[in-house]
Design a protein around this ligand. Structure first.
Ligand code: GDP
Ligand code: MG
Length: 169
């Protein structure tokens, strides 16, 4: 089996960090500066006979006023059509308008594929109980197949994303 998994989300939520962690090696560029990843970056993960190609997909949040943004949006959207799982990464406790833009793109291309919401940077949250009402609010935005609090830097729940990726093939 082989297939593709897309990692989507607005800039700076930790997509590249997650991709690096998923692959166990640094291949994508991470930065405090938003939009370091100007192109799709792929990585392959192999388990037994199964191979997952992860695609780091920037650009889905962009306003379509500029031609380059329209192009990046189109590249991101067309790759979504071919994936077996979407990992939608958001920042723990901070939901912005750009997140809504990404969600709308996902909704407009919802052809039954699985979508997991990865709520990242939970290592930053001191009082973990604060997370529950936030996660519950997020569960009402979209019928996510799973909502997973993660830490891409610490690796928390990253294995679960790998397992879901392999299972989705
Ligand atoms: P991208 O724009 O979505 O690809 O985001 P990056 O992976 O480049 O990460 C943006 C910033 O968030 C970097 O400074 C990362 O070190 C930081 N970051 C990413 N994941 C985590 C996490 O799980 N916890 C914390 N505390 N910071 C993170
Ligand atoms: Mg990036």
């Amino acid at each position: 089996y082989c297939g593709m998994v897309a990692i989507v989300g607005r800039p700076n939520v930790g997509k590249s960090t997650l991709l690096n962690k998923l692959l166990g090696q640094k291949i994508s560029i991470t930065s405090k500066k938003p939009q370091t990843t100007r192109h799709r970056i792929m990585g392959i993960h192999t388990v037994a006979e199964r191979q997952v190609v992860f695609i780091d997909t920037p650009g889905l949040h962009m306003e379509e006023k500029r031609a380059i943004n329209r192009l990046m949006n189109r590249a991101a959207a067309s790759s979504l059509a071919e994936v077996s799982l979407v990992v939608f990464v958001v920042d723990g406790m901070t939901w912005t308008e750009d997140d809504d833009l990404v969600l709308r793109k996902l909704q407009s291309r919802d052809d039954g594929r699985k979508t997991v919401l990865a709520v990242n940077k939970v290592d930053n949250i001191k009082n973990k109980e604060e997370l529950f009402p936030y996660l519950e609010a997020l569960s009402k935005k979209f019928p996510f197949d799973e909502i997973l609090p993660i830490s891409a830097t610490k690796g928390t729940n990253v294995q679960r994303i790998l397992d879901m990726s392999i299972e989705s093939l």
